[in-house]
Design a protein around this ligand. Sequence first.
Ligand code: CTP
Ligand code: MG
Length: 233
Amino acid sequence: MKNPNLWLVVPAAGIGQRMKAECPKQYLKISDRFILDITLSRLLDSGPFEGCMVPLHPQDQWWSDSESSSDGRIQTCTGGKERADSVLSALHALDEQADENDWVLVHDAARPCLHPHDLSNLIDVLFEHPVGGLLAAPVADTLKSASKGRQPAVEQTVDRRYLWRALTPQMFRFGALRQALESCLENGHTVTDESSAMEFSGNMPLLVEGRADNLKITVPSDLGLAEFILSQQ
Ligand code: CTP
Ligand code: MG
């Protein structure tokens, strides 16, 4: 059987509510470039991708001003209500081009600080694996579970040895991921990442340790932090 191809999906159809900016956060600028352009160029310049699909918001007004819009390696489609809808829409848009057994890597547009070494390590570790997995970082802080109510109190301290933060990229077989996402959306399971969808279908994705500075820009203070991380890499 031929080697599987690698496809890239970068969901960019969110509106960045928590960022409270004038435009969706992927179109805020760091060093005069859209965050989305930084994310896409870093991935495409270091990963051996066969193609790339970017789901955009149906009312997106910024894409045409991006560097990426004139990059021949990138295709776009219309995203959906939740992140999982956007990813599934991208998989459907790639259906004709990708084989069931190919790999698809899904990476948040809002994570421009992904280190090329983490990307290549993820691919190397998972390439022969039947299911796939995700970049993740062990939790560093002591964790508390809290009581319900207006003023939470500590119920207990949680053993952090078995807890990881799920990052992206997340890398799964094309056909299995499409099926897992379809089944979750049909059954009303909320999934905030690809791994949860795969877990719902009974798989155990591998956790591949990645750098803790693979930040998802979420709130205003993350912008300066991302700028600092990028300047240090
Ligand atoms: N995303 C998407 N389609 C959606 C929602 C999110 O493609 N319906 C994308 C975002 O553009 C982002 C990534 O998924 O690149 C991670 O989502 P998140 O950080 O939650 O971004 P937003 O949903 O835009 O932000 P918020 O939740 O604060 O509104
Ligand atoms: Mg969101």
